[in-house]
Ligand binder design. Sequence first.
Ligand code: NBP
Length: 479
Amino acid sequence: MKATAQIGVTGLAVMGRNLARNFARHGYTVAVHNRTPTRTKALVEEFGHEGDFVAAETAEQFVAALERPRRLMIMVKAGEPTDAVIEEFASLLEPGDVIIDGGNAHFADTRRREKSLRERGIHFVGAGVSGGEEGALHGPSIMPGGSAESYASLGPMFESISAKVDGEPCATHVGTDGAGHFVKMVHNGIEYADMQLIGEAYDLLRQVAGFSPARIAEIFRGWNEGRLGSYLIEITAEVLAHTDAATGLPFVDVVADAAGQKGTGRWTVQTALDLGSPVTAIAQATFARAASSQAELRAAYRGLPGGTTRELTSTEAERFTSQVEYALYASKLIAYDQGWKMILDAADEYGWDIDLGAVAKIWRGGCIIRAAFLDRIRAAYAEDPDLVSLLSDKGFAAEITDAQVPWREVVAIATRRGVPAPAFSAALSYYDSLRADRLPAALTQGQRDYFGAHTYRRTDREGSFHTLWGEEGRTETEA
Ligand code: NBP
């Protein structure tokens, strides 16, 4: 087989098939391959007219179809199938060739695979691809990790097939080894928080203001025109406005209220614990999904006393709506700040040089959390690339200042009324924790020293200290 293809895609289920078509539509010759050859045949039969495809039945034919250095993209099920496919192809490749894993791999697996392939002279690029099936076809947000050399060869192709915002591509070289998959994982964690916060806003408007889903859809449409404008707010309005054809009820009332949390959202929280990154809003969003799925436990709690109830006047309901907008925006700002800080913590831990402004830039389009807000974050980093927190930016600090009264009021009302708002509350507590002069961690340290002689540091002197708690006078010793 003549080597004519600039890129190869193996694994032609929904994601791989659409990415292959996207490459072909952008003028690249694409070698296509799948374990079960019927998928390869179907792709060429159905979409062959969209561009230049080279169908390969065997791994050998597939590799032979690729121009050198070969660029081979794997789009198979994450986990063991990815390892199996890497092993199958690596033995057919040569030093300098590039394997790209565009699946949802755990970044630790990507680090392991990169190291092992690097030893064989093969570049391994773990690329986060966001935007699902539609994004893969029409323009995803692409977050490749790996060597700078591999990005030099792949970057132009990724940038050409990615989503574009203001003419700029939603693809950038994130960092070495697992950085791309890490950033994709945090994107999904932020997505969990964003969705939960929107869910809490809806629930409060329904339960406290007494609005119907259709009315709340209108409110979200209005918010979509402002600073909350985003893909998630837009689709929320559509979902809430939808009526179930079978029952005539609002669609949201006929859907079972139990959500899963198996994927990258869970990984974000697990990894955050390892890094010591306090991503509380993301964690609460993940736990809120877990709680929703605890049917037996929910049955045991159902019927226990809750908060007070009172119907709001229409003026009060309008005012409450505006307060919820502030609370949603402020909480969202905190959730994003937590995600951003987690990326910084990982960059420190793994030696990645990640441009956070560039990350904001490539999330403006193609991915689920795409929003005007990300352009604000990009601009904040353009002004100060070393921002420790989004709240160190004057504009964001002014907005969180403006939100103080309504944000606190919404969390207080939710508490009084017994409406769960775990992510709103977590975001507000995080804000209060970090701005506090003193935290009760001092007492925690005292307790730890009391029961386990763990020692403590003092505010007025260097060194480690231990108090002899059992002794008369409780004398302090330098540990
Ligand atoms: P799936 O995750 O459903 O995987 C199906 C593909 O994996 C098929 O091509 C299948 O081949 C192949 N495969 C399996 Br399963 N085991 C294999 C093995 N041992 N050897 C070779 N091939 C094997 O496909 P998908 O839904 O298109 O997703 C592809 C990747 O993209 C996944 O990692 C997924 O997590 C990720 N993803 C990302 C997004 C996103 O928004 N970024 C969305 C959805 C999925 P066969 O046809 O022979 O069975």
